[in-house]
Design a protein around this ligand. Sequence first.
Ligand code: B12
Length: 222
Amino acid sequence: MNGATLSSREDILARIHDCVLDGDPTGATEGTRAGLEADIEAMALVYESMVPALREVGRRFEAGEYFLPEMLMSANAMQACMDLVRPLLADSARKPIGTFVMGTVAGDIHDIGKNLCNAMLESTGFKVIDLGVNVPADAFVEAITAHEPDAVGMSAFLTTTMREIGRNIGAIEDAGLRDRVKILVGGALLDQAYADEVGADGYAPDANSAARLTKEVLGIDD
Ligand code: B12
């Protein structure tokens, strides 16, 4: 890649998009660096190039044009870009405005969306305790007891793992902890109707709205 090929914002965003789509981490990170050097906002790099690329990867996978290895290579390319962008989103200097426990539910290993939410929550001022992926119900319960968070987030990306959210909320209720935390949910296939159905306190479609919604349900305005 040379500078001349990336002369405009559009070129840079298109380059990152295409490299994530092609599963090319070297090109994608070069594009991301070029974008940051050109003062393109970190969130624009994520939401105007990387996220649309992964959406297209999902479409191609569903259409049988991409298979698991291609999906994985694209995910890895995005993760490499996120490593460059994440430090710019975090603001660790502030006193936390609340504690947020986050995890991807049992049976599910999708974590790019979750990690993006974590970065936005941190940049909004929350202390985030990330339980990782494939998190069983009892680990959510234990984390609530141990960390006394204000809110818990559950991420699910598969039809088969969405139902874990209801199970987790049931386990939190059974442990007598439901009224101590707000529960937020998200992931590609979820929506507000599903959040209502399983008794969550809110659903957000992206990291920005996840951070905004968390403040809203906790009654934090600053
Ligand atoms: C990348 C990817 C993978 C990667 C994941 C790598 C990783 N480290 O995450 C790999 C290759 C490992 C993978 C594996 C599989 N995947 Co996959 N994957 C995807 C893909 C293409 C992109 C997902 C992604 O990261 N998007 C980028 C992020 C940023 O997306 P986002 O949704 O916009 O995220 C935002 C919101 O969801 C929200 N959010 C997310 N979490 C939370 C949590 C809270 C609390 C809140 C408030 C908000 C919130 O904020 C995020 C940030 O803005 C999707 C397609 C799609 N349309 O989503 C398929 C997709 C999810 N996968 C799918 C499938 C089928 C699989 C496999 C079963 C494939 C297989 N045959 O093995 C396995 C399952 C593995 C498992 N057990 O989990 C299907 C699911 C279909 C279904 N109905 O169940 C999809 C939809 C593809 C498709 N169209 O068919 N996958």
